[in-house]
Write a protein that binds this ligand. Structure first.
Ligand code: NAD
Ligand code: MG
Length: 390
């Protein structure tokens, strides 16, 4: 029985993780849970899964809630630090980080410091502090298992292989809803259009990231830290059907791919059961329904966010943390109708240009760069100078 600490239980990955837990009651138990905004939903989950304690990281709650949770034998912890508190408990076996954004970093570090394996959906953790996270993980013997479908695919392709034999990692991308939209029309994209992803149903932030292709950029950085492969050996391939989840090309020219229907429960289950596989009855792929799998080169001029992510990874130091934080703020500004869609990469680019890059010495360096980028973007948005006019 694996006891899990699930952060971000109310989100898209969180709900899919709970679906897997329900399918395997003898294999997994929810020991700790967190949610950010919806305390009622958190209570319902606590009733259903009976964890030891839950963390509510968002707004404050009325005092009565503590008593309400206590009545069902569950301790309620409130505040941002509550995530770290549950992640640092000794009596669980794996952290499942399904929080969105850089807020996932501190609890990941807390789990790593206690030597816990981490099933990581929260890619922002590795984008903003990949160096720190991977160094600490190896020091504390804590394994990071990816949940992101592309990285799970690469992980699965690499079982039994030696890292030195990797020629190239090929990350596939659906291309999002605007793959065929003319660059000139990007300025007219509405929030509603950007939230309509062709293949995946996900949280709002990652759905916007998928429309700008920043998501793929973040995934390139995530792959760099997870697999220790040089940036020049990581490539992106547009594959609109989202059936091949990623591929590894080896030094002998052989290529391994991992395929399946786009269903996040498959990579989530694999991360939870790794290195084992468990039999399930999730929908199976019928190849006859996919008689054509197609591939294209990504258009880096149209999707500037992807190029910016490659640039930030090459620049190294605090640049990826700035890329990530500026993007989080810009996406939030777009979702709240304060900037246009095409201004998202412009703001990120300006933040990267204005930032004085430094070496990542410690967590404080990362947090300072993150904070600097957020303030920079917020000021640009508030002053109406959110990106050059084109
Ligand atoms: P979501 O918005 O649906 O859920 C996010 C969860 O995090 C919610 O439970 C929310 O309450 C919590 N949360 C939000 N802000 C928080 C904060 N500041 N502090 C603590 N908790 C907070 O997002 P999602 O789609 O489930 O994505 C979660 C993570 O997984 C992201 O990093 C995303 O990039 C990654 N991911 C998601 C998918 C997917 O299919 N949804 C696929 C691959 C990777
Ligand atoms: Mg992905």
């Amino acid at each position: 029985m694996k006891r899990l600490c699930l952060l971000g239980a109310t989100g898209s990955i969180g709900r899919n993780s709970l679906d897997i837990v329900k399918r395997f009651p003898d294999a997994f138990h929810i020991q700790y849970l967190s949610a950010h905004r919806n305390v009622k939903r958190l209570f319902e989950l606590a009733q259903q899964f009976r964890p030891r304690a839950v963390a509510y990281s968002g707004r404050n709650v009325a005092d009565e809630w503590h008593e309400t949770f206590r009545r069902i034998g569950v301790e309620l912890l409130v505040g941002r630090e509550a995530l770290e508190t549950i992640a640092a408990q000794p009596d669980y076996d794996m952290l499942v980080n399904a929080v969105v954004g850089a807020a996932g970093l501190r609890p990941t570090l807390a789990a790593i410091r206690h030597g816990k394996p981490v099933a990581l959906a929260n890619k922002e953790t590795l984008v903003c502090a990949g160096e720190l996270v991977t160094r600490l993980a190896s020091e504390h013997g804590s394994q990071i298992v990816p949940i992101d479908s592309e990285h799970s695919a690469l992980w699965q392709c690499l079982v039994g292989e030696h890292r030195e034999t990797i020629e190239r990692l090929i990350l596939t991308a659906s291309g999002g809803p605007f793959r065929e939209l003319a660059a000139a029309d990007f300025r007219h994209v509405t929030v509603e259009q950007a939230l309509r992803h062709p293949n995946w149903s996900m949280g709002r932030k990652i759905t916007i990231d998928s429309a700008t292709l920043m998501n793929k950029g973040l995934e390139v950085i995530e792959a760099y830290w997870l697999f220790g492969v040089d940036v020049d050996r990581i490539s992106v391939l547009i594959h609109p059907q989202s059936i091949i989840h990623s591929m590894v090309e080896f030094i002998d020219g052989s290529i391994k791919a991992q395929l399946g229907l786009p269903d996040m429960r498959v990579p989530i289950q694999y991360a939870l059961s790794y290195p084992d596989r468990l039999a399930n009855d999730l929908p199976r792929m019928d190849f006859k329904k996919y008689s054509q799998l197609t591939f294209f080169e990504p258009d880096l001029q149209k999707f500037r966010a992807l190029k910016l992510a490659f640039d930030a990874l090459r620049a190294a130091g605090t640049a990826p943390a700035v890329l990530n934080a500026a993007n989080e703020e810009a996406v939030h500004a777009f979702l709240t109708h304060r900037i246009r869609f095409d201004q998202i990469p412009t703001l990120v680019e300006e933040a990267l240009q204005q930032h004085e890059r430094s070496h990542v010495a410690d967590l404080e360096t990362v947090l300072a760069a993150d904070q600097w980028a957020r303030t920079f973007v917020r000021q640009r948005v508030e002053s109406g100078k959110s990106g050059r006019e084109k």
